[in-house]
Design a protein. Structure first.
Length: 181
């Protein structure tokens, strides 16, 4: 479509904070008057009534697109062309999609909880996942500040380079061997 968009990639699950992302996007549209869309890529297997209510309440629900699961090639295209990756879970074990966004040279908005700030380092906008305003402000900031986006893309490349498969495997092995001692 050529219009700029935010992208979320992951399961459509309660702990992924879907409702607050939808509310924040609606507030972003109201406050910014920008043409952005929001594309959510993932299986709706855990769709809930409250997620549906959040969607139904939106003024800009026509700007929200659910793709369901997509092929790896389509995923790379969707991620690579995104203006920003929004990944604001309330809980995350590791946060692989953050690194994937960095590798795709896409700026990231992520949460200040569990593993996410550590994975993101100084290369993402860090928000309070329980605050719709915090998520919305980050969306507005990235949509309207090209210099910030360029800076985060550059920092993201450096941050992703720290998480080669070998390094990630080493970190995992370290934590396993510590647990065995």
């Amino acid at each position: 479509s050529g219009l700029p968009y935010f992208v979320y990639v992951g399961s459509i699950h309660q702990r992924k904070n879907i409702e607050r992302m939808l509310e924040a996007f609606d507030a972003f549209k109201l406050q910014s008057n920008l043409p952005h869309k929001f594309i959510l890529v993932g299986n709706k297997k855990w769709w809930t009534e409250s997620m549906q209510q959040s969607l139904d309440k939106m003024k800009f629900k026509n700007d929200v697109i659910f793709t369901g699961r997509v092929s790896d090639a389509d995923l790379n295209d969707l991620m690579g062309a995104a203006m920003t990756n929004v990944y604001v879970s309330t809980f995350e074990g590791f946060g692989i999609p953050i690194i994937e966004a960095f590798q795709s040279e896409v700026p990231v908005i992520t949460s200040n909880t569990t593993s996410m700030p550590e994975v993101a380092g100084n290369a993402a906008l860090i928000v309070d996942p329980l605050s719709m305003d915090s998520i919305c402000s980050a969306m507005i900031e990235l949509a309207s500040n090209d210099r910030l986006r360029t800076e985060l893309i550059s920092k993201g490349k450096d941050q992703a380079a720290m998480f080669t498969w070998q390094r990630t495997a080493d970190l995992l092995w370290d934590s396993i061997s510590k647990a065995l001692k």
